[in-house]
Design a protein around this ligand. Structure first.
Ligand code: FES
Length: 119
């Protein structure tokens, strides 16, 4: 069996109460995840691209969040109507949908340390 060429992870996490960071589930992430899976299947990519639901990806204030690997592209505030564009332009065409990208400096991760030089 061959490896998948791409993975699409959609956060569908629900935070209880009025968490100030927000919650992807409260911003229609479930619809986004379903549309991505259906769109992958409709394009005949079921054995090539895997669309999975995920829980909190720690980018809650940007939700709904979709991350695409192996390119490591983080999309934020993705709405169901954005799914076709992500699939056609990025997954099929290899072109990042810049208008939906969460800028690196807005992500909550920490940059890896600089490699040490030869001292
Ligand atoms: S709730 Fe979706 S990234 Fe945290």
């Amino acid at each position: 069996m061959a490896k998948f060429q791409r993975h699409l992870f959609t956060c569908i996490n629900l935070r209880e109460g009025d968490d100030p960071r927000g919650s992807c589930a409260k911003a229609c992430a479930g619809e986004v995840a379903t549309a991505l899976k259906k769109g992958v299947h409709a394009r005949g990519l079921k054995r090539v691209v895997r669309a999975n639901k995920a829980y909190c990806l720690d980018q809650c204030e940007h939700g709904p969040v979709v991350v695409v690997y192996p390119e490591e592209v983080w999309y934020g505030r993705v709405q169901p109507e954005d799914v076709e564009e992500i699939l056609d332009r990025h997954v099929v065409g290899g072109e990042v949908v810049e208008r939906l990208v969460i800028p690196d400096d807005a992500l909550t991760g920490v940059a890896p340390p600089e490699p040490e030089g030869d001292a």
